[in-house]
Design a protein around this ligand. Structure first.
Ligand code: ZN
Ligand code: ZN
Length: 444
């Protein structure tokens, strides 16, 4: 399947929806098509990149296929699993790279893919990913999530030219990876709702066709969720395709809006704290699932309030940015400096912009509530769904101290200039009230 074929050129939103992925090859035995796809790219000598675990899961098989077809190759296998996407690992991959190779073939999921995309980008080679797990939506994206100088950030890299997702390999991924993939999928309930809300309040660009594509994927994954636990082909394929589409949707929109909202920012904050203070964390997708449930509960609360403009303006005018930034420094350590530096450029807290926005929020509050009810399932429904795949539902279950959740919520609005729930709640002058609500009703 070609990814660009999913979306029409000349969409009614006014954009041409482009994605750099040439082809996504899925289904049982898809891996056997690797030689043919290398030929399609005009590649003669692949450089295979794997780690100890992904080599055992599939790297060895990739090498066998190449040997059988008499395709010369070089490879580097990290001698350990559970790699961190940092300078050491990226440097290691670059130092082992064979410059006589003309294409990088990553064999793995999150971290190997992030490193493979960077290696392809710096070596100016084409990139093929042979996926070993449907665990996150970075397969069709041109950025890599890395830890640089002890900070988590998104680095521009190379989008995969070809993505291979062999169902027989994907369905044997660790259970945690399968659950993570579903977690990254249900996050889209929140991201789509927030994209629409920002479109309504701020006039931000929005494409209904992209949103509809994501909704269809999420629906298919949720309908098949129970089969995921049994590793059924249809369920695994639904999650894998959904994740590829979500990555492609970010290219189509030229923004992360279709795939990431406030729930992702919960995960980012927990990752930042883990990096800085060594606190516990879990996989990206599981953290996003927990963030999604917290957001669903907070949106339920939002639907119950009646906005009060006077109260909102009073709270926002009396907000002290400098003392908030001191709180961020204490809560996040070094990571806070990036956020504080960004605010200087983005000016998210500008009172001038706020005064225009608050009227739009008050005027459109019924519209906001309508979007929430249309896009976000009830917390109860989400809890049942997460239970059906044995996904953790609370921060406590992944070793995160419940007492940090209110502060996490307050810090999510500072990550970058993206209009999400915590920004809306701030604009309504309700940050303290929501933090209290989290403390007494959501914490555990
Ligand atoms: Zn469009
Ligand atoms: Zn994600």
């Amino acid at each position: 399947m070609t990814v660009e074929g999913i979306m029409p050129h000349g969409c009614k939103c006014g954009k041409d929806h482009l994605c750099a992925v040439l082809e996504v090859v899925t289904g049982i035995g898809a891996i056997n098509l690797l030689p043919e796809k290398l030929l399609l790219l005009g590649a003669k000598k692949p450089f295979v990149l794997a780690d100890k675990n992904t080599y055992a899961a599939c790297g060895e098989k990739v090498e066998k296929i190449l040997k059988k077809e008499k395709i010369a190759f070089s490879s580097y296998v990290f001698p350990y699993g559970d790699i961190k996407p940092d300078e050491k690992a990226v440097g290691s991959a670059i130092m082992h790279f064979d410059s006589s190779c003309d294409v990088v073939v990553g064999v793995g999921s999150g971290v190997i893919n992030d490193i493979g995309k960077i290696l392809a980008n710096v070596s100016q080679r084409k990139y093929v990913i042979v996926a070993t797990a449907p665990s996150m939506d970075g397969y069709a994206s041109a950025t890599s999530s890395v830890d640089r100088d002890g900070l988590k950030l998104s680095l521009q890299s190379r989008c995969a030219d070809i993505i291979i997702g062999d169902t027989d390999i994907l369905k044997n991924a660790p259970e945690k990876s399968l659950v993570s993939g579903l977690g990254d999928i249900i996050a889209k309930y929140i991201s789509i709702a927030e994209w629409r809300i920002s479109n309504l309040i701020n006039g931000e660009y929005y494409c209904e066709d992209i949103a509809a594509l994501i909704r269809r994927s999420v629906k298919l994954c949720v309908e098949n969720a129970e089969g995921l636990k049994r590793r059924e082909d249809a369920a695994v394929e639904a999650v894998f395709n959904g994740l590829v589409y979500a990555g492609a949707a970010m290219s189509f929109a030229n923004a992360s809006r279709p795939a990431s909202g406030n729930e992702h920012y919960f995960s980012h904050i927990w990752d930042m704290r883990a990096l800085e203070f060594g606190t516990n964390s879990s996989t990206h997708g599981i953290q996003c699932a927990i963030g999604t449930l917290i957001c669903a509960k907070l949106y339920e609360k939002l639907r119950s309030i009646t906005p009060d403009k006077e109260k909102a303006v009073y709270a926002v005018k009396n907000f002290s940015l400098s003392s908030h930034q001191q709180d961020l420094r204490r809560f996040l350590g070094k990571g806070a400096e990036t956020m504080i530096g960004l605010e200087k450029k983005e000016n998210k807290y500008s009172l001038e912009k706020y005064e225009k926005r608050i009227d739009s929020i008050i005027d459109n509050f019924d519209g906001i509530k309508k979007i929430v009810s249309e896009e976000i399932p009830s917390a109860e429904t989400l809890e049942k769904l997460l239970d059906s795949v044995s996904c953790p539902k609370t921060p406590k279950e992944i070793g995160i101290d419940p007492s940090v959740i209110p502060e996490t919520f307050a810090a999510t609005k500072d990550i970058r200039d993206k209009y999400i729930l915590s920004r809306l709640v701030f604009d309504l002058g309700l940050t303290d009230e929501f933090c209290e609500y989290i403390r007494y009703n959501i914490g555990g």
